[in-house]
Ligand binder design. Structure first.
Ligand code: IGP
Length: 257
């Protein structure tokens, strides 16, 4: 399964990174960082909030966008009306980079989500040091104890957390650890199929005080309208924006009701 492969690779990668840049180095960088921007508030703003993703490639699609000028695209997303940005930082499977995160941080005011496979607390400090305002935690790859521990580290660093679920069982764990922002991933990471019905089915089980994001496979206005009939605060969109040759027009198609 691809997730196992990614996690195994990530463990090796993180150990290597720790040799190059220690936790103390990261803590020193964090001291010089500005306060974080409010990712959760950006999601709660009126109407459907768009989290626009910077994603060059993926394991399911291969290369998605050749002309990947990360700073230019980030600025275009911001000007077109995205409320926050998701920056893929995994290189091996998504051709992302931590440097993209810090470059985008310098270029836009929007809150930034570090999109990666977090399996070690070190990566949470790394996210903050490189300019993230929020991190993704994937329930499928962490124990409940790890989730709780990572949430509290993120909280100490003033990072918001998007907790990603794909099934009822995973959602129950997310509810038990009492996280504020729940992401429902429409993509089945075992077979890579996407189905917005995943969001529609699971959102009914989520208490009113949570912020809900629908992730993956959102392509057009119709999809947004379908989701808008339900209690969804935001959508996380990568591929359909990255594949567009007019990003501004595509963002506006998605957000203008
Ligand atoms: O490109 P899409 O289908 O619009 O999906 C975006 C985002 O949801 C997807 O990239 C994603 C969701 N969860 C993840 C976890 C890791 C890496 C990537 C992801």
């Amino acid at each position: 399964m691809i997730l196992d492969k990614i996690v195994n690779h990530k463990k090796v990668e993180v150990e290597k990174q720790k040799q190059e840049e220690s936790l103390d180095d990261l803590k020193r960088i964090i001291k010089g960082r500005d306060n974080t921007k409010n990712f959760k508030a950006a999601l709660k703003d009126q109407g459907m909030s768009l989290i626009a993703e910077l994603k060059k490639a993926s394991p399911s699609k291969g290369l998605i966008r050749d002309d990947f000028q990360v700073v230019e695209i980030a600025k275009e997303y911001e000007q077109a009306g995205a409320r926050s940005l998701s920056v893929l930082t995994d290189y091996e499977f998504f051709r992302g980079s931590l440097n993209y995160l810090s470059e985008v941080r310098e270029a836009v005011e929007l809150p930034l989500l570090r999109k990666d496979f977090i399996i070690d607390p070190y990566q949470i400090y790394q996210a903050r040091a490189y300019g993230a305002d929020a991190i993704l935690l994937i329930v499928a790859i962490l124990s409940k104890e790890e989730l709780a521990e990572y949430l509290s580290i993120a909280d100490d660093l003033d990072l918001d957390v998007l907790v990603e679920v794909h099934s009822r069982k995973e959602l129950n764990i997310a509810l038990e650890i009492d996280t504020e922002i729940i992401g429902i991933n429409n993509r089945n990471l075992k077979v890579f199929e996407v189905d917005l019905a995943t969001t529609l089915g699971l959102q009914r089980l989520i208490p009113d005080d949570k912020v809900i994001v629908s992730e993956s496979g959102i392509r057009n206005r119709n999809d947004i309208e379908l989701l808008s009939e339900h209690r969804i605060d935001g959508v996380l969109v990568g591929e359909s924006l990255m594949k567009s040759n007019n990003i501004t027009a595509k963002v506006q198609e998605l957000i203008n009701s």
